[in-house]
Each structure stands twice: as C-alpha cells, then as structure tokens.
Design a binder for this molecule. Sequence first.
Ligand code: ADP
Length: 252
Amino acid sequence: METGSTKRRTVLVAQGVGRSYHGKAVVSEVDLAVPAGQTVAVLGPSGAGKSTMLRCLAGLEPIQTGSVGFQGELLSKAGAKPRAVGGRIGMVFQQFNLFPHLTAAQNVALAPVKARHTPKRQAHTEARALLERVGLPEHCDHYPYELSGGQQQRVAIARALAMRPELMLFDEPTSALDPEFTREVLSVMRDLADSGMTIIVVTHEMGFARQSADRVVFMAEGRIVEDGPADTVFTTPRHGRTRQFFDQILGE
Ligand code: ADP
C-alpha cells in the first residue's frame, strides 16, 4: 500500500478514454492518473464498463477517443492500434488460463524464456522463487489439474510477476473462486500492494477494496462517477449512484 507523502511518478495516465461497440458507448470520458505504488480498486455494478476500461488501459482494446500513457510513453490513442508493451503490464483475469500440459513452474517460466530470452535455468529458478512468494513452494511441479482454483490463480499471478511488470491489472481475480480460496488470493494481492506494486483491480470484494486499496474508483454506465481515497469513498460517498451501490451490495 502507498506510504509517505512524497510526490510519486505517474505510471499510467488515461485522458478522455472512450470505447464503444456497434455505436453504443461502453466506456466514456475516462480520466485517471495512477501514481507508482498506488492500489486502485475499481468498483461498480455489472455492465458498468469496468472490464472494458481495464482492457483499454492495458492496451488490449483499441480506443475511440482519448489516449493512454504508460511510464511517460503513449500506449494507446484514438483510432490507432495500441502499442504492445508485453509483460510490462501484467494482467490477471477471472479465468486463470494456465497451460494444462505444463507444470506450475513451467507455466511461470514460459514467457520470460519465449518473450525475453531469459536462459531456461534462470527462468526456472526465478519461477520457483515466485511460486514461493505466492505461497506455493510445494506445488512447483504440479500440473494445473492437481491444483485448486485458488492455487491456479496464484500461479497465474506468479506468471504475470515473472515478466517483472511495472503495473498489475486484475480483472475480478476471485470471482470464479470459492470463499476459502478467495482469501488466499486476496492475501497474495495484499502482499503485492504492500510491496509497492502499482495495481488496478476490478473487484466485488468490498473488504479488500476498503482495507487494501489506497483509492476507489466507482463506475456506472461507462463513466467514473466517483474517485477518491478508499476510506472516504466508503464512509462518505458523494454521488447518489455510489451510495445506492453500497446500500445494495453491503445490505445496509
Ligand atoms: P463490467 O466489467 O462493469 O461488468 P463490461 O466492461 O464487461 O462491464 O461490459 C460493459 C458493457 O459492454 C456491457 O453491456 C457488455 O455487454 C458490453 N460489451 C463488453 N464487451 C463487448 C464486446 N466485445 N462486444 C460488444 N459489447 C461488449
């Protein structure tokens, strides 16, 4: 989590980002600047455009208005194909998408070997260290089918970390998991946040957002309607739409 008050470098800047499908706006006028080390939780009702916005920020989707800058360089602009930044932006999705025929360590080592030309032996040593970091030192040689959903998602996190990302994006990483496995994945994410990683996470885990995020962005109908310190947004949401969402989801 972010500490101290010194001004931090901005890792990601979105300005006026918009995306539509078949003429229907799904993301509109998104402005967001994320400083290094910050953990941003993106909340909002289903269909609000959270996933689409995250994909636009990652350069996985072309945008129709605005621009996205990453580490001071243009990543994406209206009407152009986004620039590929490889593993510098790590993505973790709801579905883990591990290669079923590869062990956990092989899954983690694959991209550094293929895309970064890291020597195999070094990549495997690093993969084992990363699997230890996500609490799976005993599972390096296990295949995905031998792992629980929570363990597979932790392998997916290790796989993203293997590319030494400067920004980690999570898209509902625990939505496909049972509660007992959700906890262990959230705990890994909390450790990452505490280690100073810059994180944007779309989540329905309100406890995680409140306790582990520095900042909450609330989206409705494709727009950011509220953006502020996590504690402030939870205790005194300014926008009626945010209050309504919390009332529904927290059952107050
Ligand atoms: P959220 O993550 O907040 O649930 P999404 O970004 O997944 O919202 O979706 C927002 C809206 O965009 C939804 O109405 C969805 O149907 C639509 N949408 C998302 N992806 C596509 C696509 N590839 N083609 C057409 N419509 C899409």
